[in-house]
Design a binder for this molecule. Structure first.
Ligand code: ATR
Length: 288
């Protein structure tokens, strides 16, 4: 018998968390959170929880009753989690979706959305010298990811945000709902003039992702000082990022958003605000 104790040994007081989704097998969260649990030597576990949407409510309540500390919630259950929460953070309410649930000691279910936090923290870490709110931003896309990015940029003090989306009405509806004079809707495809004075260009669409069509964009009008980022992280360097880099613009890939959005949940459930490092990036990207 070996005297070495494997790190995954659990005690009677282990803290438990996981990720609920359907499907959930593609999720990188168990690998990511498992890395931090091992790194910080925490007596806890984080598991994939495949839950059919029809069972979502019962499963959430059961996890609370089983003594879980919390869960991440992924597609298609991010919106379904909203009405199940006893308390929502401001950002979850505004975005209209929950990705991080914490079960409080008194049994209350607390919902948060950390996607916008992850977006901003990624830019801060990867482009510490970029003043991405110095001038206007252009955000491509008007889906769920766009909402999180828009609110985060407004909170960061962005002076103007131009949304461009294939389906114009979706962008118009989103702008009307947010109802902030700093939000403008511009044409898709983008006119070069829309890029002429910006500090930040963000792709929140699925274009450029493995298996999806390419994002066709003319960057001719883009200032060299503008930061370009993509929330797509497969591939890590999308065509948009490669094109921007070639012109001399600073770029930030989308992997860090995924890693940073996981920090608040880990902190609440396991007690440590974990670090996002180059080693973690390699670990999450490497095959299981
Ligand atoms: P998410 O929650 O990840 O943002 P979503 O709500 O499905 O996902 O939004 C996907 C975004 O990618 C939308 O802005 C979508 O544009 P539409 O609103 O016009 O659908 C955009 N998108 C997806 N496929 C696209 C394509 N082939 N061309 C242009 N935009 C596309």
């Amino acid at each position: 018998m070996t005297s070495r104790i494997p790190y995954q040994t659990l005690s009677g007081t282990s803290r438990l968390a996981g990720v609920m989704g359907w499907p959930v097998s593609h999720s990188k969260s168990p690998r990511l959170q498992g890395y931090w649990l091992a790194k910080y030597g925490i007596d806890g576990s984080y598991m994939p929880l495949p839950v059919e949407p029809k069972n979502f409510q019962a499963a959430l309540i059961s996890l609370r009753n089983l003594g879980f500390s919390g869960v991440n919630v992924t597609i298609p259950q991010k919106e379904m989690a909203m009405p199940e929460c006893d308390e929502l953070s401001d950002r979850a309410r505004r975005i209209g979706a929950v990705n991080t649930v914490t079960f409080a000691k008194d049994g209350r279910i607390l919902g948060d959305n950390t996607d916008g936090f992850g977006f901003i923290e990624n830019l801060r870490q990867e482009a510490p010298n970029a003043d991405f709110c110095a001038g206007p931003a252009v955000v491509l896309g008007a889906g769920g990811a766009s909402r999180a990015v828009l609110f985060a940029l407004l909170d960061e003090g962005s002076p103007e945000i131009r949304i461009a989306n294939r389906t114009r009405k979706r962008a118009d509806d989103l702008a009307a709902e947010i109802n902030d004079p700093r939000i403008k809707v511009v044409d898709w495809p983008l006119e070069p003039a829309a890029l002429a004075d910006i500090s930040l260009l963000v792709n929140t669409t699925s274009l450029g992702m493995v298996g999806q069509p390419k994002l066709e964009i003319n960057l001719d009008g883009l200032p060299q000082t503008a930061l370009v980022t993509d929330i797509v992280y497969a591939p890590l360097i999308t065509d948009l990022l490669a094109q921007a880099q070639k012109r001399g613009n600073s770029i930030v890939d989308g992997l860090g958003m995924l890693l940073h959005q996981a920090r608040p949940g880990f902190h609440r459930w396991f007690g440590i605000d974990p670090e996002v490092t180059a080693e973690l990036r390699d670990f999450v990207l490497s095959p299981d």
